[in-house]
Write a protein of this length. Sequence first.
Length: 67
Amino acid sequence: MKKEIHPEYHKVIATCICGNEIEIGSTKPAIRVEICSSCHPYYTGTQKILDSEGRVDRFQKRYGKKK
């Protein structure tokens, strides 16, 4: 590999919206994720509803049907 052309690879903390923090390797300084293995329905066996209703209402207010 050529020297000085590759980004620096180091350990960072990936933070989920549920509050779980996972140490992983990355070239980015910080990583935020919406779903991790601690809160994903496949791994937990329970269904969790995210706040998508607020996003839909905000979209309808901005780009709703015109009269």
